[in-house]
Design a protein around this ligand. Structure first.
Ligand code: AMP
Length: 296
């Protein structure tokens, strides 16, 4: 595996690959890798990439004041080993000053889909995300870029940016990889002690209860209520939001739509965790029949 830290070196390697007609994929990460990240490498190969680049960059612009930038977990030696074992061709691990020299002034902003949920809880977060993602795209010029659906709203915001700015890259989204008990893998899980790790299950349990309600035809408010009720069973879990939204706009889910995204964020101590589930709703006819039989 080649390890590079500068844009010139990166471009040199990538242009060699492209000249040889090889399809190049980029998997952007903030490091402290887990199986969720590694699954995106597999997705890149499945999408036809002959060469896979993984970037590791803890992007200061996507952290708000008082968030966990300083304590965000880092272990480049371990990450390198994992990437080697998973057949990655190139690790791009730039210094902060390489990505943001002191002269840096440009910022990308996507309106609309970046505003609800994470956007309202973490002002400026998605501006930081799309700014660094567009920079990474321009640095590496990949044919394919892979992101995880665990960060569903991030996928939607990046997709909007790519469409709006005509960025010549094909986006691929990988499914959320979970621990055996359902907890979505996340670098931030490393902050949790044993008790916190137990409490963290509140989020997927709440989402699963909401999914069962939605799949049985419950309306949006009942689904959201059932998720909050489930969360209340875990005294250590603090609600940020648990919502049923439209998977494209992230606005409140419409009664008539047949696919909802259940999205949640909770705090366990000082650790903030997010997760989501896609649910397919019964047809309107089936819902009406279900209501009738419940009434009858
Ligand atoms: P991060 O290092 O947290 O910025 O994540 C880098 C990429 O990995 C993003 O596209 C995430 O959505 C994705 N990712 C993080 N956790 C998971 C997971 N559990 N399953 C699948 N993809 C994930």
């Amino acid at each position: 595996m080649i390890v590079v830290r500068t844009v010139d070196e990166l471009r040199q390697v990538v242009s060699g690959w492209k000249a040889a007609g090889e399809t190049v994929a980029l998997v952007p990460t903030m490091g402290y890798l887990h199986r969720g990240h590694l699954s995106l490498i597999t997705e890149a190969r499945r999408a036809g990439a002959a060469r896979v680049i993984v970037s590791i960059f803890v992007n200061p612009k996507q952290f708000g004041p008082g968030e966990d930038l300083e304590r965000y977990p880092r272990n480049e030696a371990r990450d390198r080993r994992l990437l080697e074992e998973n057949g990655v061709d190139l690790l791009f691990a730039p210094e902060t000053g390489t990505v943001y020299p002191s002269s840096h002034g440009a910022e990308v902003r996507v309106s609309g889909v970046s505003e609800p949920l994470e956007g309202s809880r973490r002002p400026g977060h998605f501006d930081g995300v799309v700014t660094v993602v567009l920079k990474l795209f321009n640095m590496a010029q990949p044919d394919i870029a892979v992101f995880g659906r665990k960060d569903a709203q991030q996928c939607a915001v990046v997709q909007q940016m790519v469409e709006d700015l005509n960025v010549p890259v094909r986006l691929v989204f990988g499914e959320t990889i979970r621990e055996a008990d359902g907890l979505a893998m996340s670098s931030r899980n490393s902050y949790l002690d044993r008790e916190g790790r137990e409490t963290a299950l509140a989020l997927i349990h709440a989402l699963r209860r909401g999914a069962a309600a939605a799949e049985a035809g419950a309306d949006r408010r009942s689904v959201e209520r059932s998720m909050s009720e489930e969360l209340e069973k875990y005294p250590g879990a603090k609600l940020d939001y648990l919502r049923a939204v439209d998977p494209r706009t992230f606005l409140p889910a419409a009664a008539a739509s047949d696919e909802w995204l259940l999205a949640g964020a909770i705090r366990v101590g000082t650790t903030r965790l997010i997760d989501n589930l896609i649910v397919r709703r019964p047809s309107r006819k089936a819902r009406e029949e279900g209501n009738l039989s419940a009434v009858g």
